[in-house]
Design a protein around this ligand. Structure first.
Ligand SMILES: [Fe+2]
Ligand SMILES: [Fe+2]
Length: 234
C-alpha cells in the first residue's frame, strides 16, 4: 500500500509546506492526521496534485493540535469524509456540524486492509490522553503507522505483533515521541524493534533527529526519512 507524506518537519522540495505535526495519505483515500494548519495541508495537496475528493476517511491519532490542525479546513472542502478517532477525542476536535464521527473500537478495520490499533490511554501534561496507531496490510506483512506514540512506540509494535502473530512487521513509521530521551533508551527501543523482526523504520515528527541517527545505526539503509512529498511502499 502506498504511503504519501503530506506534512512533516522536513520536505523534499521547498515548494512544499513543512512544520510541526504530521499528515500521511494511505492508498490515496485515507488521511492519517492533518498536521498543524489547514492552509499547509491544503497547499501541499494542491502542489502535490492529489485528488483530495478521493479521501473517504480521516483518521486522527490523538487530539493534539499538531495532528488536528488541518482537520476543519479539509472538512470544509470535503464534507463527505468521515472522521475516525478515539471516543475521548470527539469533543476536542471541534468538528463542523454534519461530520460523521466514527469512534474506533479495538480490532476495527477502517478501510480494507487498514485497522486501528485500538486506543491506548496514557497521561500527558497531567491529563488523560487516548491515542491510536494504524496497522496496514502490505504485500508481505503488516506496517505500523504512528502519530506521536505518547503511549510508547513499542506498545503499538507489540500490539501489532499480538494482533498479527504470523505476519512479518514490514515497516514502523511516524512519530515515536523520543525527543530529549536518554540515547540509551532510544537504542534499546531500536534494538527491540530489530529483535521483533521489524524490517524497515521511518522515525519522523516527534522522534527527533537524534533518534533518527540511532535508528539508522541499527537499521542502516532500512531507516528511511519521511519527508513531505515522499511516497513509500509500506
Ligand atoms: Fe505530535
Ligand atoms: Fe501529541
Amino acid at each position: 500500500m502506498k504511503l504519501k507524506v503530506l506534512f512533516d518537519k522536513d520536505s523534499q522540495d521547498p515548494r512544499y509546506a513543512s512544520g510541526w505535526g504530521l499528515a500521511y495519505l494511505l492508498d490515496g483515500r485515507l488521511l492519517f492526521d492533518t498536521g498543524e494548519k489547514g492552509e499547509y495541508l491544503l497547499e501541499n495537496l494542491r502542489v502535490l496534485q492529489i485528488d483530495a475528493a478521493r479521501v473517504e476517511m480521516i483518521v486522527i491519532s490523538h487530539a493534539h493540535w499538531d495532528h488536528t490542525g488541518g482537520l476543519s479546513a479539509f472538512l470544509d472542502l470535503h464534507r463527505h469524509a468521515s472522521v475516525a478517532g478515539c471516543a475521548e477525542a470527539e469533543n476536542l476536535l471541534s468538528l463542523p456540524s454534519g461530520t460523521r464521527f466514527v469512534p474506533v473500537t479495538e480490532g476495527q478495520e477502517l478501510i480494507p486492509g487498514v485497522w486501528t490499533s485500538g486506543c491506548l490511554t496514557t497521561r500527558y501534561h497531567d491529563a488523560p490522553l487516548a491515542e491510536q496507531a494504524l496497522f496496514v496490510k502490505t504485500g508481505s506483512g503488516i506496517a505500523v503507522l504512528s502519530g506521536c506514540a505518547h503511549p510508547g512506540i513499542l506498545s503499538f509494535v507489540e500490539l501489532a505483533r499480538h494482533c498479527f502473530p504470523e505476519e512479518p512487521l514490514t515497516f514502523v513509521g511516524g512519530g515515536f515521541h523520543l525527543i530529549n530521551r536518554d540515547p540509551r533508551e532510544i537504542r534499546y527501543i531500536a534494538d527491540k524493534m530489530k529483535q521483533m523482526g521489524v524490517q524497515r523504520v521511518g522515525p519522523s515528527h516527534c522522534s527527533g533527529y537524534e533518534a533518527f541517527e540511532i535508528f539508522q545505526q541499527v537499521f542502516g539503509s532500512d531507516c528511511v526519512r519521511l519527508k513531505v512529498g515522499k511516497e513509500v511502499e509500506v
